[in-house]
Design a protein around this ligand. Sequence first.
Ligand code: HAM
Length: 419
Amino acid sequence: MFNLPRGTRDFSSKEMQKRRYIEEIMRSTFNSYGYNEIQTPTFETLELFKAKSGQEIMEELYFFKDKGNRDLALRPELTAPVIRFYVDKLQMEPKPIKLFYFGNCYRYDRPQKGRYREFRQAGCEIIGTNSPQAYAELITLAYKILENSGVADLKLNIGNLTILSSIFNQYKLTRDQQKYLIPLIDKSLFDDILIALKDFGIKSADAENLIDLLQSTDLKTIKNFLKDDSVKNEIEQLEQTLRLLEKAFGIKNYQIQMNIVRGLDYYKGIVFEIEAPILGAEKQLCGGGAYELISLFGGREAPSAGFAIGFDRTIVALESENYEFPITKLDIYVIPLGEDIIEIAIQIVQTLRNKGFTVDLDLLNRGLGKSLKYASSLNAKNVIIIGSNEIEQDSVTIRDMETGKQKLIKIKDIAEFIC
Ligand code: HAM
């Protein structure tokens, strides 16, 4: 009768169990790195997202007018909202400030596997430091969240937009020319880049050299090429970040990749992406880096960096790698045999729930056979059967659903027996 809006999904209780399980691993990893969770609204003023990206972002935004004629938009990401929150209320807090969030985002993307119009991000922002140890820790955190979640095959690519722009400047490429090249670089369309560079009047040998630099995974080659002294500091910072990443945090599985340009306009300096190669086209699980938004939003400029992990893609990657999600089981299913037993059965259920067990109770009075079938469809570990015989002895029958073995246990000893 009614269809789901394109690019959105329903999640069954089985899928929600998987999602909550992975979300908890991610949350506890954020916590273990000293990050604190925050939440911002699902919609914001349209201006917030246009402030940096201008009219271009409208293509991918869900925006609307509310009944008071205000222009609003569903958030396409959470960095701009978090920085708005920071400028408004958190500027006076001791630095660095480490914030993390989970939230649904909305983009008018072309839906396909791993690409949705409503999707969930797990992300974080660190404000008030641009030290190499902060960046190395940030990248480690992104990597560890995915590793702890169970994704087996990960590829971490690290780039730097200040260095990339210095390479462009050395080739005397104008702003417009750079703007034209960026989407091509993002998609690694090197043949098209070569044609464009030739159109811009760059000699063949120089154009090929530039393409080699964009594909280079060796920082030394890039360092030797760059003549501009002002970028030296950025390179040294990057080298120190990589040293700490490798030697102190133990993350050796990474590559320098100068062709990381990132889709959003606010980045400056170090940027990184993590991919799950098993996913093919939509393989990017995480993207982030250093950026400048605070002064644009009216705050006192402070260094800031962060990343966001595509939560849905992480689940798709785990499923593609045949990850075994734990099955959530119900501790106890209680079956009262007869109307007169319901009251005492409810008292037993409530006592066990208060002790922390997950407990469900037969609400249909449909007899033992059908109730046992229903209990096994709920993945119950134990069934408590209460009939008048049991009550006469202040006891219940406990059935272990795995072995099928049954035992008569005193009501006061149920919790201890089941533990
Ligand atoms: P982003 O690269 O646009 O960065 O998004 C981060 C991640 O969200 C992507 O790597 C991808 O896994 C997931 N994602 C993006 N679009 C979709 C979609 N349509 N369907 C499913 N998943 C998607 C940001 O959003 C920045 N705010 C990250 C950041 C935080 N940078 C600094 N701080």
